[in-house]
Design a protein around this ligand. Structure first.
Ligand code: ADP
Length: 507
């Protein structure tokens, strides 16, 4: 087993990984940028090393610096988490050169499955149904335009290197094709340094259902079942649950088998996720493979009883998976909400700043994967995900009741969060009846136009009381709080990004 693992990430996922290391008796080495010096992952790790300025390119995305620290600190493995370098094949290559184990797939599998068009080609060869469209990047836009016409509009133009919805354009009619192609391509170039795009038929109101797989280096590949991630805002996941309320044992087996076939074809090892869109008739279509741990992995952990991060580490260390898929039967239901420092009342603008006080929920069936603490200042340089709140229950109803109860217990003072929005979503009749699809939330938000609910009023009152208590009992921190509030008035990069609707989301 490894002696010391470098965690090439920050926030809640870095904390999640170092917790697994500690349980396994492995030392953890954190890295941090200038603005993360006081972050939770730095506080909790066994060792922590500075890697430069806030700009991710000069710190968390800098492979040379990460490998340099791993060498100096005597680490024998690197865990990339998600986001940042997690899907960059240059990192596993650099690890191999440095004689350090990368906790994830090989660079070759990452390339074979990570690019959307390469993934589609492999899926077709592996007899896995794909969304109709092109399997190669578009070379001649006129040909793609003709294909779009023959498939029928609407169609989607998508970046080959895509992620986070970047470089994606919905094309409703033939007249929109040429400008949409130019926009998608230039956005893809800006975001990924790769302007190539391809074409997919736009499915009407599908569900997003994905399969978690694990593959060891001895040839065993297992499916751990599905996660339903259909509650999305602008194609980004907001609530995830396992199992999916619409997936039957037969469909679970079929989708699991398809995911395993694809992983085998790509000689995949470690944890990965095969994403599908599912239509109203429960036909499923391959979307893409994420060659890393997902943000929403805890819901699978809660219903399977497995620790995916510990299993990732064990697989990277060459251990055999100790179970077959037949033995994995989901128990109960789990649901996750992503708590963000953002303002749903103001177009979801990021809301960095100091967390003056907070009440963290607990109690039966509640798990909090936290990345922050009271008194810490959320920087404006990164994705504003604070924490993930996960509930488990014997049934979907019990899980929702627990999650609602936990959200009522939750308060954060000092920054805006999306907690009140979740309180509202979890009472929506469509959500409770499970009549949802990937555009459901966008349509709901557009319809309701954010009229404040009773719940939000209640949360504002709770926040006001908490703020008053805070002011009375912590006068010593008051001046710091005030100066921080003043600094919030200054221009924030996250806010500017938000205004351009370009907020980078974790995948
Ligand atoms: P990204 O990697 O940029 O996040 P994905 O390919 O994973 O993009 O798709 C993200 C989301 O976009 C999906 O969950 C779904 O809501 C929507 N989407 C993607 N492709 C299609 C499609 N062909 N038809 C309808 N919706 C789609």
């Amino acid at each position: 087993m490894f002696k010391k693992i470098l965690i090439a990430n920050r926030g809640e996922i870095a904390v999640r990984i170092l917790r697994a290391c500690r349980e396994l008796g492995i030392r953890s080495a954190a890295v941090f940028s200038d603005v993360d010096r006081k972050s939770l992952h730095v506080r909790l790790a066994d060792e922590a090393y500075p890697i430069g300025p806030a700009a991710a390119r000069e710190s968390y995305l800098n492979i040379e610096k990460i490998i340099g620290v791993a060498r100096r600190a005597g680490c024998d493995a690197i865990h990339p988490g998600y986001g940042f370098l997690a899907e960059n094949a240059a990192l596993p290559r650099a690890c191999t050169e440095a004689g350090i184990t990368f906790i994830g797939p090989s660079a070759e599998s990452m390339e074979a499955l990570g690019s959307k068009t390469a993934g589609r080609q492999l899926a077709r060869r592996s007899d896995v149904p794909i969304v109709p469209g092109t399997n190669d990047p578009i070379e001649k836009p006129e040909q793609a335009h003709a294909l779009a016409q023959s498939m029928g509009f609407p169609v989607l133009l998508k970046a080959v290197a895509g992620g986070g919805g970047k470089g994606m354009r919905l094309v409703l009619s033939s007249a929109e094709f040429a400008p949409a192609y130019r926009d998608a391509s230039s956005e893809a170039m800006n975001a990924f340094g790769d302007p190539r795009v391809y074409l997919e038929k736009y499915l009407d109101k599908p569900r997003h259902i994905e399969i978690q797989i694990l593959a060891d280096s001895h040839g065993r590949v297992v499916s751990l079942g599905e996660r339903e991630c259909s509650v999305q805002r602008r194609h980004q996941k907001v609530i995830e649950e396992a199992p999916s309320p619409v997936v039957t044992p037969d469909l679970r087996k079929k989708m699991g088998d398809a995911a395993v076939r694809l992983a085998r074809a790509g000689r995949y090892t470690n944890a990965g996720t095969v994403e599908f869109l599912v239509d109203a008739h429960l036909n499923f279509y391959f979307l893409e493979v994420n060659t890393r741990l997902q943000v929403e992995h805890p819901v699978t952990e809660q219903v399977t009883g497995l620790d995916l991060v510990k299993l990732q580490i064990a697989i990277a260390a060459g251990h055999r998976l100790p179970f077959a898929w037949e033995t994995i039967i989901p128990r109960g239901n789990a649901m996750e909400v992503r708590l963000y420092a953002e303002d749903p009342e103001n177009n979801f603008f990021p809301s960095p700043g100091k967390i003056l006080s907070r009440q963290v929920p607990s109690g039966p069936g509640i798990r909090m994967d936290d990345g922050v603490y009271e008194g810490w200042t959320v920087p404006n340089d990164y994705d504003p995900l604070l924490s993930k709140l996960i509930a488990w229950g014997n049934s979907r109803e019990e899980t929702i009741a627990r999650l609602r109860r936990a959200l009522e217990e939750s308060t954060v003072v000092g920054i805006k969060t999306n907690i009140a929005l979740f309180r509202r979503l979890l009472t929506e009749p469509d959500f409770l009846r499970n009549e949802i699809h990937t555009r459901w939330l966008d349509q709901l938000l557009a319809r309701k136009n954010h009229s404040p609910s009773v719940d939000e009023g209640r949360s504002a009152a709770a926040a006001a009381i908490a703020a008053a208590v805070y002011q009375a009992t912590r006068a010593d921190r008051q001046s710091a709080a005030l100066s921080d509030a003043a600094s919030q008035q200054k221009s924030s990069r996250w806010k500017a990004e938000g205004r351009r609707n370009q907020v980078d989301r974790m995948p």
